[in-house]
Design a protein around this ligand. Structure first.
Ligand SMILES: [Zn+2]
Length: 403
């Protein structure tokens, strides 16, 4: 165990990969560079505070009754009862399991294949689909285009996942239109997507898509940015666009999250799908192998994604997960700090694979990321060494052909 302690009460110290001290929550240890964070007079963050209030206020029994009547409205009336967007991660797997076994729905599973699905994920998917007896629609976008837009998205926003954010979000809505199925059911509300068409009570999907999900860049914007050096067929951009609002209105399409209608407990849900479906956990770069093996196992670029975030904001996903455990009373603050000390500030061995995809040297990559750093954090690129490679890394497809 590393003896340096990067977090003490209220301060996250300059540490491997970080040149400066950051103010941090006195409870969960998240730093001031965390998205939307604010601290109260006791130095406790708004995420900790809202977490304590949310749980007690919602009447889950009436929420469930609302959900049952929504399903009753749709069951048996269309080619499928619902579209279920599916990544194969713990949340969408649980969602599918729950809808099929508890509510006896006939869903169409829609899987947007971002191009980086790991071997364990594919095995898990096979088990799930076979055991639940569901029909599956998988779509994979043009890989050459994916490489080019990853580069553009990294340069413009310091986030290379534009194709994945937009495709996962928008593509299932196109399938809903094509199949004329007016109900789309997502999993967890905070990471996914709640929306509503027809009565106008909830935020409109398309607005939310354009404000947050697409990082402020539409497919038309993206086309303009890349067309000078990329042989673009504009039809390849369609999966990344949100379907026209009038078409979704005509269908009276509703897009909801299961997690809006039931309390979401990732730990017990992960245990359930492991037990009932044989779903297996996996190692993820930058994460302790014996903890959190159920989180973000979908994508072999997850380590690079987390690394970019670490360079920009000075904290890793270990910090985020440990903060959640502290908040839920599953871990003490000092154990969380020790975990962060052991795992933060390591370079993922998948970085060279990513650099090949986008045609950058590490120096070029660092200088792009440096332009997106969130103040007052300052990354210290020189102090970061490679972490251990993942066991399945040989199966991760490499591609260094010219863009
Ligand atoms: Zn906090």
């Amino acid at each position: 165990m590393n003896h340096e302690v990067p977090v003490t009460l209220g301060v996250r110290k300059g540490f491997r990969g970080c040149s400066v001290d950051l103010r941090a929550c006195t409870r969960c240890g998240l730093p001031e560079t965390y998205e939307t964070i604010e601290f109260d007079a006791h130095g406790v963050c708004n995420i900790c505070n809202s977490h304590s209030t949310r749980r007690s206020k919602i009447d889950w029994a009436s929420k469930e009754a609302e959900f049952v009547s929504l399903l009753d409205e749709h069951r048996g009336r269309h080619a499928y009862d619902a579209i279920v967007p599916f990544s194969g991660g713990k949340d969408s797997t649980f969602t599918l399991y729950h809808l099929v076994t508890k509510y006896k729905l006939k869903p169409l599973v829609v899987q947007f294949d971002h191009g980086f699905m790991r071997p364990k994920l594919r095995e898990n998917n096979e088990k799930t689909f076979r055991r639940l007896g569901v029909e599956v629609h998988t779509f994979r976008p043009n890989w050459k285009l994916v490489r080019r837009v990853m580069l553009e998205s990294l340069i413009r926003r310091g986030d290379f996942c534009w194709h994945c954010h937009t495709g996962i979000f928008a593509y299932p809505m196109w399938v809903a239109l094509k199949e004329q199925v007016p109900l789309v059911i997502w999993g967890e509300p905070s990471t996914e997507y709640t929306a509503y068409f027809g009565e106008g009570e909830e935020s409109v999907d398309e607005e939310r898509f354009n404000r947050f999900t697409n990082l402020g860049m539409t497919a038309e914007d993206m086309a303009t940015m890349i067309e000078a050096d990329f042989d673009l067929d504009e039809r390849d951009m369609k999966p990344f666009t949100y379907p026209p609002r009038d078409l979704l209105r005509d269908l009276e399409c509703r897009s909801v999250c299961l997690g809006s209608y039931m309390p979401w407990d990732t730990t017990s849900q992960s245990q359930l799908i492991q037990r009932e479906l044989g779903w297996e956990t996996d190692h993820v770069e930058g994460m302790p192998p014996d903890l959190y093996g159920f989180e973000k196992i979908e994508c072999w670029m997850q380590g690079v994604r987390d690394y970019v975030k670490f360079l920009k904001r000075g904290y890793s996903r270990v910090s985020q997960m440990a903060a959640l455990d502290v908040r839920n009373g599953r871990m003490t603050s000092s154990d969380a700090y020790a975990l962060v000390a052991a795992h933060d500030g390591r370079k993922p061995p998948s970085l060279p694979i990513f650099l090949e995809y986008v045609g950058l040297t590490e120096e070029e990559f660092n200088s792009i990321v440096a332009m997106n750093v969130v103040s007052p954090h300052e990354p210290d690129f020189g102090s970061i060494a490679f972490a251990e490679p993942m066991p399945d890394m040989d199966a991760w497809i490499r591609d260094s052909s010219p863009l």
